[in-house]
Design a protein. Structure first.
Length: 123
């Protein structure tokens, strides 16, 4: 009984360690404002994306696609708490938007991803 439990514990521990190492290998999206799939009533003043590691400034870039193509946004800068920020200088109209991010963490490997949000039409 005890020996079987010990083996199960060891097997579980091994799986947890493998998962931890896999997660630690690359940086990943953690959260954002606007949030993934958020439906906003107003145009956001900025885009901010948090990652699982400190973003490498030289390799970090946000861009924004809207209903009419790419939207000009401010320079992407690394901010506190493992995040990057870019100002949104224009007022975004209603529609669907995609934030595309590119960044790298501890190992310098560039990661890319995207997420969408929508701006609701005024009532
Ligand atoms: Cu990597």
């Amino acid at each position: 009984m005890t020996r079987i439990r010990l083996r199960m514990f060891a097997a579980t521990l091994a799986l947890v360690l493998i998962a931890a190492v896999t997660v630690a290998a690359h940086m990943a999206y953690s959260k954002s404002v606007p949030g993934k799939d958020a439906a906003l009533a107003e145009s956001p003043a900025q885009l901010r994306v948090w990652f699982t590691q400190d973003p490498e400034p030289a390799l970090s870039q946000l861009s924004l696609d809207g209903p009419n193509g790419e939207v000009a946004i401010g320079k992407t800068t690394v901010s506190e708490e493992r995040s990057v920020v870019a100002e949104v200088p224009s007022t975004l109209g209603p529609g669907s938007y995609t934030v595309k991010w590119r960044s790298a963490g501890d190992d310098g490997h560039v990661q890319r991803g995207d997420f969408a949000f929508t701006i609701r039409a005024a009532d």
